[in-house]
Design a protein around this ligand. Structure first.
Ligand code: FES
Length: 139
């Protein structure tokens, strides 16, 4: 490979890595309603990024919401704190799993461990669609 070709290839690597990294739409949860559900975002937010990372959720701090890979009309919500050492997991669409960036633990959409070193599942929460809103109930 010639020097000019190498420089061209090397300079495009960060772009490729950034394109493969998952991103979550970050939202601040609304205060809990009388029935305990909190609004954490919209369907448009979810479909744009494939996941919503909601912060300031009563009872959990953070909640990560994705569509159920087995039934796209349903949604799943987990506490995104890795049970190994506490890093924040994100949904990796190409692996159909929540993946921890620290030591590569993987969790299924229902929170179950698929690959360690984590040996405990992610906590899961009740989640539902109500019109265009995504609602989560912790506890
Ligand atoms: S903190 Fe997630 S695998 Fe270690």
């Amino acid at each position: 490979m010639k020097r000019r070709e190498f420089i061209t290839v090397a300079s495009s690597i960060p772009v490729v890595i950034a394109a493969c990294s998952p991103k979550a739409a970050k939202q601040v949860a609304s205060p809990p309603r009388a029935d305990g559900f909190q609004r954490v975002g919209t369907v448009a937010d979810l479909d744009k990024n494939g996941q919503i990372l909601a912060e300031q959720v009563a009872g959990s701090n953070k909640v990560l919401v994705v569509r159920d890979p087995m039934n796209k009309s349903k949604i799943m919500a987990v506490k995104p704190t890795c049970t190994h050492a506490g890093c924040t997991v994100l949904w990796q669409q190409n692996q159909n799993a929540f993946v921890c960036p620290c030591h590569d633990s993987k969790f299924a959409s229902d929170g179950k461990v698929q690959q360690g070193p984590a040996d405990e599942p992610l906590a899961t929460y009740v989640a539902k669609l109500e019109g265009d809103s995504i609602l989560v109930k912790v506890g």
